[in-house]
Design a binder for this molecule. Structure first.
Ligand code: PEP
Ligand code: MG
Length: 570
């Protein structure tokens, strides 16, 4: 038995037979001919045809991913098309061909330059190098094998019980995997924010990424246990260890849960597309605590119409009749650009024009369209449980402007004779400014939802996607815990309900702390709903309140971690 350590990416475990996936192995370039033997015109024609083939293959992969895991994850293929058509990259390849380089070598060399540039960047931009490799392999497959689907497509053929072992997986590879056949994924490279990791989570495939070079020693055919919760890979696990597989998957609890002393806690799911609604229901979610509507805008070249947005919101209401469905208005900008919406290019986008700032300025039209769809959905037969929330709030005036816009939209719909109602309205608490003003916001609204991903980023001045400052981007820093405490107290004083919809909500090790801090609702990716529900049922609310008071009094991250029973910090 030999244990390797990496980063747990999907918090599930699985055991199976290791099969190395080496997609590059089939794409060996022929020897480089003398430039005088190359016909540049013919090579340019072949390159253009290969790009067309690759584009078709990318679109097919996108459609398959949209059908299997949803528009959110399929949106990555939009980015692949943009890489394929990147004017600078295409011009560089064409110039190399014009100088006598065969098309395949030109593609290989110029993509290598671009991949190197991305890899030199930090954080999520480095993960985009995987996307470039994916596009390169499609073009090379079209040129060398006459089949742009060959790249990445072969993973679909792995037999049942396979643990896919690879240097790295591209998003296309991952979207092709059959979740019923694949017992797990282990990669030497890659991080949690890579698109491939996000897709694996949506498919509920146990995954450990970033294991490093030691993975090379794992032979094809070895029995491998993937522990995506602990971030461990056990090679040749003994019977006792194997027997633990599946222990981390508590049974689905469909009914609402309460603490041992009877305090109800709503455990809801975060979704970004209609395709994620049924899986959320199947994992026992009590409703939707965060519908990221911006994902409805990503996988396309024009905004969704009012009717399309109405259909998406009412689909959520129908999937969870009588249960709360919280839909967030557009949170574009920052790290979520939408090419056709003409967003500003900013040097520091996380501190720039994102979320509600856009909706109340340059992007008032798409915002109004969205509100029309939501007010109409509130008149649906299950519309009473609809709630709408605003992202990236920093000022009370923003909430007042939204309330005025909602009134104006309601008046328009009334004048048009269109059925509508005003849903419950809330604000996300994602900035220190919003937390400081939580009393004033709660006084004007029905609820607050704490987005701990951004809140931690802004309280700690630590980019949420930069591994170098991961020790700062931890919601267990006392500054963040105190900010949450301030928010929950303000909500309770104003009789507004309060939830948490950042990643923190999905960590069962933190459930007791959050319950003790006074949250009413926890919303998370569906895969963690069963374990958080199980944890809520073991929490004693009175003891949780004492634990939260202890955590709020702490002065260091290590002390908070010790208080909640976690190991010390870095
Ligand atoms: C958050 O910031 O915690 C949040 C839930 O919003 P998003 O992750 O979509 O920015
Ligand atoms: Mg956020």
């Amino acid at each position: 038995m030999n244990t390797l350590t990496g980063v747990g990416s999907t918090p599930l475990s699985g055991v199976g037979t290791a099969r190395w996936y080496r997609p590059d192995a089939d794409l060996t370039l022929p020897d480089r001919p003398d430039p005088s033997a190359v016909d540049p015109a013919a090579e340019q024609t072949e390159f253009a045809a290969a790009r067309d083939d690759a584009r078709e293959a990318i679109r097919r992969a996108r459609d398959r991913a949209a059908a299997r895991v949803g528009a959110d994850e399929a949106a990555v293929f939009e980015a692949h098309e943009q890489f394929l058509d990147d004017p600078g990259l295409v011009a560089d390849i064409e110039a190399a061909i014009a100088d006598g380089t065969p098309a395949a070598h030109a593609v290989h060399d110029r993509f290598a330059d671009a991949i190197d540039r991305f890899e030199a960047m930090e954080g999520p931009m480095a993960d985009r190098a995987d996307d470039l490799r994916d596009v390169r392999d499609r073009v090379l497959s079209a040129l060398l094998e006459g089949d742009a689907d060959a790249a990445g497509g072969s993973v679909a053929a792995f037999p049942d019980g396979t643990v896919v072992v690879a240097e790295r997986l591209t998003p296309s590879d991952t979207a092709e995997l059959d979740p019923d056949a694949v017992a797990g994924i282990v990669t030497a490279a890659g991080g949690r924010t890579a698109h491939a990791a996000i897709i694996a989570r949506s498919l509920s495939i146990p995954a450990v990424v970033g294991v490093g070079d030691e993975l090379d020693d794992v032979p094809d055919g070895a029995t491998v246990l993937v522990d995506g919760e602990a971030g461990r890979v056990v090679v040749d696990p003994d019977e006792e260890r194997r027997a633990t597989v599946g222990d981390d998957e508590p049974p689905v609890v469909s009914a609402p849960v309460s603490t041992t002393d009877g305090r109800p806690i709503e455990v809801a799911a975060n979704v970004g597309s209609e395709a994620e609604l049924d899986p959320a229901r199947a994992r026992g979610a009590d409703g939707i605590g965060l519908f990221r509507t911006e994902f409805l805008f990503l996988d396309r070249d024009a905004p969704p119409s009012e009717d399309e947005q109405y259909a998406a919101v009412t689909a959520a209401l129908e999937a969870f009749p009588g249960e709360r469905v919280v839909v967030r208005t557009l949170d574009i900008g920052g790290d979520k650009p939408v090419s056709y919406l003409d967003l500003p290019t900013e040097p520091n986008p996380f501190l720039g024009t994102r979320g509600i700032r856009l909706s109340l300025s340059t992007h008032a039209d798409p915002f109004e369209t969205q509100l029309r769809a939501m007010l109409r959905a509130a008149a649906h037969e299950h519309g009473d449980s609809l709630a709408v929330m605003i992202p990236m709030v920093t000022r009370v005036e923003e909430v007042e402007a939204v309330l005025e816009t909602v009134d104006a939209v309601a008046a328009d719909l009334e004048a048009e004779g269109v059925a509508h109602a005003v849903p419950a309205l809330g604000a996300m608490i994602e900035t220190p400014a919003a937390a400081a003003m939580a009393d004033a916001l709660a006084a004007r609204l029905d609820f607050l939802s704490i987005g701990t991903n951004d809140l931690t980023q802004y309280v700690m001045a630590a980019d949420r996607e930069n591994d170098a400052v991961a020790g700062y981007h931890d919601p267990l820093h006392p500054a963040v815990v105190r900010t949450i405490d301030r928010t929950t107290t303000a909500a309770a004083d104003a009789d507004a309900w309060v939830g948490v919809c950042g990643e923190m909500a999905g960590d069962p090790a933190l459930t007791e702390l959050l319950v003790g801090l006074g949250v009413d609702e926890l919303s998370m990716s569906a895969v963690t709903v069963p374990s958080v529900k199980a944890r809520v049922r073991d929490v004693d609310a009175a003891a949780a309140t004492r634990l939260a008071a202890e955590a709020v009094a702490c002065e260091t991250r290590a002390d908070v971690r010790a208080a909640v029973g976690l190991d010390g910090d870095d």
